[in-house]
Design a protein around this ligand. Structure first.
Ligand SMILES: [Zn+2]
Length: 136
């Protein structure tokens, strides 16, 4: 049930709306790939995860609550390990992984985060293209 509810949470929506408005086409919640990436841009060789800072243990602001510390620590560490494993698998399949943290989509920094993401997309696209071209 949590999965259904998390499908169109706002941070993901912010990123998708930006991509769409800039003319990028993507697939969302792709179950066939490790970790079910939130956004997949096949043409660019990019998958994007949008992570909640608490659940995924963002070291900058993902503070563990003061009660049940062991419980939360274990839970969040499991998530972090799973994230790492998925990223590793995706890299080995040839995907470049972009992780965007929830806090990076706060109004004050959102614009910069989205522009950096777009830069990475285009940069990776060119890299891909260059690699393919050099093989011909
Ligand atoms: Zn954060």
């Amino acid at each position: 049930m949590a999965r259904i509810r998390s499908k169109d949470t706002k941070p993901e929506w912010v990123v998708r709306r930006y991509l769409f408005s800039r003319g990028y086409r993507y697939r969302k919640n792709v179950k066939g790939l490790p970790g079910t990436p939130d956004i997949v841009l096949r043409k660019y060789g990019i998958v994007i995860f949008i992570h909640g800072c608490f659940w995924h243990g963002h070291e900058v602001d993902g503070h563990i609550p003061h009660s049940n510390i062991d419980y939360w620590r274990r839970k969040i560490e499991n998530n972090q390990q799973r994230d790492e494993k998925n990223k590793d698998l995706l890299n080995r399949m040839g995907w470049k992984v972009i992780t965007i943290w929830e806090c990076q989509l706060k109004p004050s920094v959102k614009e910069q985060t989205l522009r950096e993401m777009e830069y990475l997309l285009n940069h990776n696209y060119l890299e891909h293209y260059r690699q393919k071209a050099s093989k011909i």
